[in-house]
Design a protein around this ligand. Structure first.
Ligand SMILES: Nc1ncnc2c1ncn2[C@@H]1O[C@H](COP(=O)(O)OP(=O)(O)OP(=O)(O)O)[C@@H](O)[C@H]1O
Ligand SMILES: [Mg+2]
Length: 267
């Protein structure tokens, strides 16, 4: 396979999402402390950190699932406050959660249109327009370069990597400006991860959609991400560009103890 050329992110790519001084607690548990994050148009941003660092909480605030206790958020420069995931989606933010929200015994194309099915009127009845959804699913997957043997087959028959790709494809179908992926590579083997990595790389190549993804593997981060934000005990302690850092540097910084100094030196 030839490596795709990844156009450099323009230094003046506008921010599509800005989170400023975000804090969040669950009772006595402090999940996020004064988090400030910026995502630029077309950028692929990795959120990394130990278990319990606050990664999922942060993306759940982005996607309208949780409300921050303090802080503010802007999408395309305008202040927003999401009361629900539906409101975030209306602002162009799509999220693929870890469980993927797929129905295993339904076909690939039915899953692609879950919750936004096309219908047609037949003799006064409102029926599913299966032919239309099948054709649209096929052409959408082809455009994204996702090879699924048969969109009529059930999702249960797919590999984990294929399923992950269908979940991502479904979100892309909504034409989001921001795509959030919670551990899209978790539990996937090398070949399967390659499948999903290829899809994210394709988005990165086009620089149209901005992506936030939670990922643990450093080599994969350096393969597909433009920038890394490292969360530690609810704080972003490191914000670096992958072009200006090596995997070895990152490991060294993490091992030597993360601190605000790292953010300062990377700025
Ligand atoms: N709904 C909740 N109720 C109470 N505490 C919560 C809730 N969600 C998260 N927390 C707590 O907030 C902190 C951050 O959790 P979060 O799920 O954001 O971490 P994470 O970085 O995604 O971890 P992991 O890598 O394990 O998924 C943890 O201490 C967690 O126990
Ligand atoms: Mg999590």
């Amino acid at each position: 396979m030839t490596e795709p050329t990844i156009p450099a992110l323009s230094p003046d790519a506008p921010p599509v999402l800005e989170m400023t001084h975000i804090s969040k607690s669950f009772g006595a548990v402090t999940a996020l402390v004064d988090v400030t994050l910026k995502l630029r148009k077309g950028e692929v941003l990795a959120l990394v950190g130990d278990n319990g660092a606050g990664k999922s909480t942060l993306i759940k605030i982005m996607s309208g699932f949780h409300r921050a206790d303090a802080g503010s958020m802007k999408v395309d420069g305008a202040a927003v406050g999401f009361a629900s995931p539906r409101e975030a989606r209306a602002h162009g933010i799509e999220t693929v959660y870890q469980d993927l929200a797929m129905i295993g015994d339904l076909s690939v194309y039915h899953n692609m249109f879950l919750g936004r099915e096309y219908h047609r009127r037949v003799l006064g009845l409102n029926l599913l327009d299966n032919a239309r959804m099948r054709t649209l699913a096929q052409s959408h997957l082809r455009t994204l370069g996702i090879a699924i043997p048969d969109v009529n087959g059930t999702v249960d028959m797919l590999s984990g990597g294929q399923r992950q790709c269908i979940a991502v494809a479904r979100s892309i179908y909504a034409s989001p400006s921001i795509l959030i992926l919670d551990e899209p590579l978790a539990a996937l083997g090398v070949r399967e991860s390659g499948y999903v990595l290829g899809l994210i790389q394709k988005l990165r190549q086009q620089r149209e959609v901005s992506v936030v993804l939670i990922v643990h593997n450093y080599s994969q981060i350096f393969e597909i991400c433009d920038r890394i934000n490292f969360l530690h005990s609810g704080e972003i302690v490191l914000d670096v560009s992958t072009a200006e850092t090596s995997e070895e540097d990152l490991i060294r910084i993490v091992k030597s103890g993360l601190g605000r100094r790292a953010v300062a030196s990377a700025a």
